[in-house]
Design a protein around this ligand. Structure first.
Ligand code: FAD
Ligand code: 2HG
Ligand code: ZN
Length: 478
């Protein structure tokens, strides 16, 4: 079988689904086997509407034991599967490529425990991030990660992609804040690493393997997460400046002057602001004619102290001419509005038609140079090329759009963009992962020896290759 959608890719030799398989699944999880084609549409199509599979069945287990029984059966039958959480992934990793069986964590959404003193949350993989945030907030805690997709992404999906997001600058990556997890291997074996300990140096840290493995090594069923204290005082500044050099100056100064209360440092260029203004009809909190905008958040424990610190910092930035105009908010509604201008850019880009999405890490000295280079190269072939993102983490979101997919535009973008990133010693995927779309660019950021070890790990944990095939690992292992 060769998919019409992916003419250069052949389906591997997995078994095809039979009626007998369906009746086995129906016995394992009665009433939770979806087969109607209209019902399956959403599970077969990714958030960006650029990848579509043709799975015939979606399984919705409720427990680890059910996941284990399903995987054991699929492994013995050599049926390929794709784990799916909220299906908000941006690299085509969460949907089938051909007819892989979708295993959705939608019904695994129980919160198991919350220790208010240590801040340890234990929950099932299908809990929606936003619901977890609301839950821990009642105990004066926050989740260590926050992202625009919080209304639908699952915590299991967050772990599987090692999602970064808007708070990474302050709270670090999930490799630090995940204390434990439970996962089921392709064989059905349950790997219990559901520790709640902060310190535990007893041998290899096996749970780390699953964080960022994008569903290729096991299906994550539970997680234990360290939740920070909810800050008493939050301030958000939205600033306009006249060059990218100024953005970097402000970043350096904010680390010095805001110190321990700095909790986010994001930037948007004028073309990103135009997406919020023109496509989403959002009113921009300050004059909308600056070439660059910065969003700075401070979070601390003393409102008066933090506000004074922020105001002194901003005054200094304006006196020095680094900031031309700005607004500061401390009321929750205004803070939320300013954040929505930043968080909704991904949604706004979809109004242009087709979106070529890139998520790279670059040394700050070369960070915006990529946007300029891509703009120059694709001039006349795109509606716009925008740069925005987590500049405080050296993570650039570069997006180009056009009314519909164009192979000419794609050929201008790739491999040019990835070569540029590799030449400047960056990463071709900072936080979204490799999934289906970027797996063959892995060598731009990882050595052949590192990829060989990844492949060996895959062979050990999933010898039949049933877990999320055609994802993360490249077509050719060198
Ligand atoms: P899915 O999309 O369902 O799956 C993603 C991958 O994880 C797939 O490979 C899938 O097979 C695997 N997977 C899912 N669940 C499991 C499981 N239980 N066990 C094993 N594998 C599993 N990402 C960031 O890093 N930072 C951001 O700021 C950010 N913002 C976003 C904003 C928007 C509007 C959108 C649409 C996406 C954004 N993303 C961001 C992308 C991102 O990867 C996630 O939204 C999120 O982490 C994916 O979670 P999900 O539950 O939707 O996973
Ligand atoms: C964000 O930071 C997400 O908003 C999405 O990672 C980035 O869509 C993008 O380019
Ligand atoms: Zn991001």
């Amino acid at each position: 079988l060769t998919s019409l959608r992916y003419p250069n890719l052949k389906r591997s030799g997995y078994s095809a689904l039979t009626d007998k398989d369906l009746s086995v699944f129906e016995k394992l999880i009665p009433g939770r086997v979806l087969t109607g084609s209209s019902e399956l549409d959403g599970y077969n199509t990714d958030w960006l509407k650029t990848c579509r599979g043709s799975s015939q069945v979606v399984l919705r287990p409720k427990t680890t034991e059910e996941v284990s029984a399903i995987l054991k059966y699929c492994n013995e039958r050599k049926l390929a599967v794709v784990p799916q959480g909220g299906n908000t992934g941006l690299v085509g990793g969460s949907v089938p490529v051909f007819d892989e069986i979708v295993i959705s964590t939608q019904l695994m959404n129980q919160i198991i425990s919350l220790d208010e003193i240590s801040g340890t949350l234990v929950c099932e993989a299908g809990c929606i991030l936003g619901n977890l945030s609301d839950h821990v907030a009642e105990s004066g805690l926050i989740m260590p990660l926050d992202l625009g997709a919080k209304g639908s992404c699952h915590i299991g999906g967050n772990l599987a992609t090692n999602a970064g997001g808007l708070r990474l600058l302050r709270y670090g990556s999930l490799h630090g804040s995940v204390l434990g997890l439970e996962a089921v291997l392709a064989s059905g074996e349950v790997v219990d690493c559901l520790s709640t300990l902060r310190k535990d140096n007893t041998g290899y840290d096996v749970k780390q393997l699953f964080i960022g493995s994008e569903g290729t090594l096991g299906l994550i069923t539970k997680a234990s997460i360290l939740c920070p204290q909810k800050p008493n005082a939050v301030n958000v500044a939205f600033l306009g400046c006249d060059s990218f050099e100024r953005v970097l100056d402000i970043f350096k100064e904010s680390k010095m002057k805001l110190g321990e209360i700095l909790s986010a440092f994001e930037f948007l260029d004028a073309d990103a602001i135009a997406v919020a203004r023109d496509n989403l009809k959002l009113s921009i909190p300050i004059d909308d004619t600056f070439p660059f905008y910065v969003l700075i958040e401070s979070s601390g424990s003393d409102g008066a102290h933090d506000e004074e610190k922020m105001n002194r910092f901003l005054e200094d930035m304006m006196n020095r001419g680094y900031v031309i105009d700005g607004t500061v908010a401390s009321e929750p509604a205004k803070i939320q509005y300013i954040w929505s201008v930043r968080e909704r850019i991904a949604e706004g880009l979809m109004h242009d038609g087709y979106c070529y999405k890139y998520d790279v890490s670059l040394p700050l000295s070369h960070y915006y140079g990529l946007v300029e280079a891509v703009r120059k190269r694709t001039q006349g072939n795109t509606t716009r090329v925008i740069g925005y993102g987590h500049v405080g983490d050296s993570n650039l979101h570069l997006n180009a759009t056009s009314p519909e997919y164009s192979q000419t535009t794609m050929d201008l973008l790739e491999p040019f963009l990835y070569d540029w990133v590799a030449k400047h010693r960056g990463s071709v995927s900072a936080e979204h992962g490799l999934g289906f779309k970027k797996r063959d660019f892995i060598y731009h950021s990882k050595s052949e020896s590192a990829v060989r070890i990844m492949n060996q790990m895959k062979q050990v944990l999933d010898p039949n290759g049933i877990l999320n095939p055609y994802k993360l690992l490249p077509t050719v292992i060198r």
